[in-house]
Design a protein around this ligand. Structure first.
Ligand code: NAD
Length: 250
């Protein structure tokens, strides 16, 4: 049902973004890939999805502008690219703070501001922001990430109000722990920060927060993104949809 629509998913060479790109493509959308990766992997994804790929660095405003110019008018924008860094606040590397705020928050603002004119003009659009349970609650040692995701939730609600009568919706999807490279890669730092083994980090830190004791699967998030693009979801805007195994219910 998405044929004729162009979907840009930032950070879609891996993890959740890739699952979203695949799900949107399966419904007929034309997909624009973004993000980093090995040339051979990206070539394979371009072929699989019949997609173009723009490898701009979205932690820089000029990179977001390059992406949006290369993508052309988009009907569906998924602000997904993001990174994490785990450290106590007083030791938090300031360059990591700047990177996380730029990529996880400012890039979503810039991509949205550049995508909105076309969406408004045609009277239809979908902005889907990959926030996190950390847009609603905090965890220690994730100062920049928690700040950026709370900020993204605020941006998403503000855009929903501004766009309310235009046929364009803006929502957050807020996963708990999803089994992707982002989660896998933070295990060593969490082991260090908390003095734990890998198994302890998985069971006592990651899945401790998640009452279902299961990781969210990326394709479950792809299915929700597809639903948000449907007519059935036209009155869902300004929402922050938790997919976190009950984490934020506690
Ligand atoms: P991932 O590491 O698998 O993928 C991140 C993507 O962003 C990759 O495509 C990567 O190339 C791209 N990227 C990284 N830096 C970039 C940059 N400077 N410019 C352009 N692209 C860049 O991560 P993921 O787990 O799929 O996370 C995707 C989103 O979901 C993030 O915003 C993350 O915060 C959010 N999220 C993830 C989880 C989880 O448990 N994995 C939970 C909640 C929210």
């Amino acid at each position: 049902f998405l044929s004729g629509k162009r979907a840009l998913v930032t950070g879609s060479t891996s993890g959740i973004g890739l699952a979203m790109a695949r799900a949107l493509k399966a419904e007929g959308a034309e997909v624009v890939l973004s993000g980093f990766g090995e040339a051979a992997t990206i070539d394979a994804l371009k072929e699989e999805l019949g997609a173009i790929h723009i490898g701009a660095d979205l932690s820089k405003r000029s990179g977001v502008e390059e992406l949006m110019a290369g993508a052309g008018p988009v009907d569906i924008l998924v602000n997904n690219a993001g990174v994490q860094h785990v450290s106590p606040v007083e030791e938090f590397p300031v360059d990591k703070w700047d990177l996380i705020i730029s990529l996880n928050l400012t890039a979503a603002f810039d991509a949205s501001r550049l995508a909105i004119p076309h969406m408004k003009q045609q009277g239809w659009g979908r902005i889907i922001n990959l926030a996190s349970a950390h847009s609603l609650v905090a965890s220690p040692f994730k100062a920049a990430y928690v700040a950026a995701k709370h900020g993204l939730a605020g941006l998403s609600k503000t855009m929903a109000l501004e766009l309310a009568t235009s046929g364009v919706t803006s929502n957050c999807i807020s996963p708990g722990y999803v089994w992707t490279p982002l989660v896998e890669n933070q295990i060593p730092d969490t082991m260090k920060a908390r003095g734990m083994t890998k198994e302890q980090v998985i069971n006592e830190v990651l899945l401790k927060a998640q009452p279902t004791k299961q990781f969210v699967q990326p394709d479950q998030l792809g299915a929700l993104a597809v639903f948000l693009c449907s007519d059935a979801a036209s009155q869902i805007t300004g929402a922050n949809l938790s997919v976190d195994g009950g984490w934020t219910a506690e």
